[in-house]
Design a binder for this molecule. Sequence first.
Ligand code: HEM
Length: 464
Amino acid sequence: MTNMVTYAAVVHNTRPARIDERPRIPRIGDASPGARHPETGDLHEMTTHDVEKSVDDFKMYDSGTMAEPNEFWTLLRETAPVHRVDEGLGYTLVSRYADVQDVLRDPDTFRNGVARFFDKGSPHPDSPAVAAVMADAAPYREVLGFGDGEAHARHRRMVRAGFTTRRVRQLEGFVSTVVDDLLDELVTGEPVDFVKQFCKRLPILLIGEIMGVEKEREHDVYRWATSLMARAAAPPETEDDALRIARDVVEFHQYVYKAVADRRESPRDDFLSELVANSEGIDEHELAHVCAQLILAGADTTIAWLGSIFDLLLAHPDQLAELYADRSLIPNAMEEALRLQSVIKTIYRATSRDAEVAGQDIPADSLVIPLLGSANRDDAVFPDAATFDIHRPNVRKHMAFGFGTHLCAGIELARAEARISLTKVLERTSALSRVEGEPLPKYVPDFTIRGIDRLPMILHPAER
Ligand code: HEM
């Protein structure tokens, strides 16, 4: 965090426009706060009165903005498409589709290696007690999604080599079995919490399978995944939370050291053995961080995607009925849910040199956040972008899986999880409905992930 002062100075010296210089546009709405958008199921993006708002009325770490960022993002796209904020480490937000793509297309200028800003992978400084715990974690390495150039290419080749066609097919078979098992456990005709009982379990069991963890340790994998994600997200609320998170991270790294050593000694027919076999020139610490990233990248993301798919379909019964009638619409429907609620809100890039985006200067050594979720709601690319439409012809242009060199390495798996889940739920049911009297699910105020944490739902059994 030694760069904090230097970076803050850079930010203050180069602030692009003063608050009162920016255009203010009226936001006119007639819904009460907290009401749902009738089409998207989103919390209402308008406010009670005819209020003028500007981007400076929003704080990124405010829980309201984290839970419902769309009003902020719309204002950014309309009035301040390249916008510097001083919160956290100080970030330049890029919000329009074309500009986000420009940033991601130029990995030499906009680099993934952000370690000089982050303290061992966390955007928040560790207290001495947390640092003492973290001393037993794998020494920090910039790997894969936090790496650049040749090192990134090496890590990516290794991970992709693990996802051979045969291995992906094997993993898809595992997904199919787990989906069946989980759905067998769900009662039909009565309320269930679909997020808790299904969405949160499938990706964790799959990641466990990838990491070679026994099925009985599902809760450990969930705890590791949550803590790895928490360390990279908003500041922990209490020192106790920070310590608990650090202990989980250490426990996971120690697990990986041991699992990797086991596979070196006696390889099995599994993903981790494949990873180890392809890890020439990559040391144990890098491997531990690669595995951490697989958990980080594969768990909360897919949990959130699954939740959004079903929440949006419940909010749009007409489109759900179309899916029951025509299963070929499934791939488009699930991509549309991902476009609309793009699960990953925050990715980081650091400028290696002075840059320009949409005519605005971004100095070297700036932290940039290309807002994938905002790009995916850009009307310039997706007409009527705030509307859920399973027939949207260009939905696959969404950037929820990123774009360019760092495009999601687990894309086939994530898609398999969504496709198999949706297909099997439709096969086994005749209808899905909300639970009367239950409040509508809300999006969790998280800095990185956009997802709901509960989904009361009734699965009505298919007639046999
Ligand atoms: C809905 C599910 C998922 C979403 C929305 C998602 C999204 C993303 C995004 C946006 C990136 C790019 C980050 C950047 O450019 O900085 C990424 C990278 C990555 N994802 Fe995913 N992901 C998902 C599921 C998965 C799964 C299931 C895995 C693996 C099991 C995975 C593994 C990775 C890895 C390893 C990277 C880093 C790739 C690189 O830097 O070359 N993801 N993902």
